[in-house]
Ligand binder design. Structure first.
Ligand code: AMP
Length: 279
C-alpha cells in the first residue's frame, strides 16, 4: 500500500490507472477504522481494480467543536489496518490540502433529504459532508464510491449531490456492521465504557422490536413504540423517525417498500446513530 498526503502526489499515482481505464474504487472515512469501514473496503476490492481509502477528519461537518476535538485520531493504526486488508492507496491529507485558500464552498439545495433529521439537529453538517465528499471525488475521480447504510441519510444526501452535480460516480451503499449484541460499529464507540456499551444495546433491540411491530401496525404506531422504548431507557433520545427511504419524509398511515426507522440517541455525551429497514 502507498500513502499520500499531497493531492498532486495521489493524482500522479492514479493517472496511469485512469489512462488504462482501470476501475477506481473509493472509500472515504474519518479514520479510527473498524470492521464497518473494512466492509466497505472489501466491497470496493471485489468490484474495482484499485482501491483508495481516505482518512480525513473533516472539520466542516462537525457542528459541535468538542465532538471534533474528541474525535479519535490514530493514523498509524489506520494505515496498518488498511494495509492488512488489501487497500492499495491511503490518502491522508491535511485540512489545507482539502480546503486550500482559493477553495470555494459549495452550497447546494438538496431539499428535502438534507433538511430533515440530521439536517435539523446538526445545522451545517450536510454542507460539510457535501463539500468534503465532492472535493474528495474531484481529487480521486473514482468510478465507484462506498458508503455505509449506518449513515442512512448521508447516503441519500450523497446520491442527491452526485446527481445534481452530474459527477458520474456510482454510489454503493453497504450494510451496517454491528458488534456482538447489535450495537452499530462506530468510531465514537471507543468513547463508551463497558456499562454504556450495554446500555446502548437498547437501540438495536428496540429497532428489531419495531420491525416486528411494523408487520401489524401503522408507521405512526410503530414510531410511538420506538419513542416510548427509547424514552424509557437510560439513553437520551434526540429523535426517532419512520421515513420514506427516497425523500426521508415521515410516514404516517401507509407503509412503502424500504420504509426505514432512524434513531439518534445520546449515551452519556456520545451521540449514537442507527437505523433499520422495517418493511
Ligand atoms: P466515518 O469514518 O464514520 O465517517 O465513516 C466512513 C464510512 O464508513 C461512512 O460511509 C460510514 O457510513 C461507514 N460506516 C461507519 N460505520 C459503519 C458500520 N458500522 N457499518 C458499515 N459502514 C459503516
Amino acid at each position: 500500500m502507498v500513502i499520500y498526503k499531497r493531492v498532486s502526489d495521489l493524482q500522479s499515482f492514479l493517472t496511469p490507472y485512469k489512462e488504462a481505464n482501470k476501475k477506481i474504487g473509493f472509500v472515504p472515512t474519518m479514520g479510527a477504522l473498524h470492521e464497518g469501514h473494512l466492509s466497505l473496503l472489501k466491497a470496493a476490492k471485489q468490484e474495482c481494480d484499485i482501491v483508495v481509502a481516505s482518512v480525513f477528519v473533516n472539520p466542516t461537518q462537525f457542528n459541535n467543536p468538542s465532538d471534533l476535538e474528541k474525535y479519535p485520531r490514530m493514523p498509524q493504526k489506520d494505515a496498518d489496518l488498511l494495509e492488512q486488508n488489501g487497500c492499495d492507496v491511503m490518502f491522508l491529507p491535511e485540512v489545507e490540502d482539502i480546503y486550500p485558500a482559493q477553495y470555494q464552498t459549495l452550497h447546494l439545495d438538496l431539499s428535502p433529504v438534507d433538511e430533515v433529521m440530521e439536517g435539523k439537529y446538526r445545522p451545517g453538517h450536510f454542507d460539510g459532508v457535501v463539500n468534503v465528499v465532492s472535493r474528495l471525488f474531484d481529487i480521486v475521480q473514482p468510478n465507484k464510491a462506498y458508503f455505509g447504510r449506518k449513515d442512512f441519510q448521508q447516503v441519500a444526501v450523497i446520491r442527491a449531490m452526485t446527481k445534481k452535480l452530474n459527477l458520474g460516480v456510482e454510489i454503493i451503499a453497504c450494510d451496517t456492521v454491528r458488534e456482538e449484541g447489535g450495537l452499530a460499529m462506530s468510531s465514537r464507540n471507543l468513547r463508551l465504557n463497558e456499562a454504556q456499551k450495554k446500555e446502548a444495546l437498547v437501540i438495536y433491540q428496540s429497532l428489531i422490536q419495531a420491525k416486528k411491530m411494523a408487520q401489524e401496525n401503522s408507521p405512526t404506531t410503530t414510531l410511538a413504540y420506538l419513542i416510548d422504548a427509547l424514552g424509557q431507557s437510560t439513553l437520551e433520545l434526540e429523535y426517532a423517525e419512520v421515513v420514506n427511504p427516497e425523500t426521508l419524509l415521515p410516514l404516517t398511515d401507509e407503509w412503502i417498500d424500504g420504509a426505514t426507522a432512524c434513531v439518534v440517541a445520546y449515551c452519556g455525551d456520545v451521540r449514537l446513530i442507527d437505523n433499520m429497514e422495517l418493511i
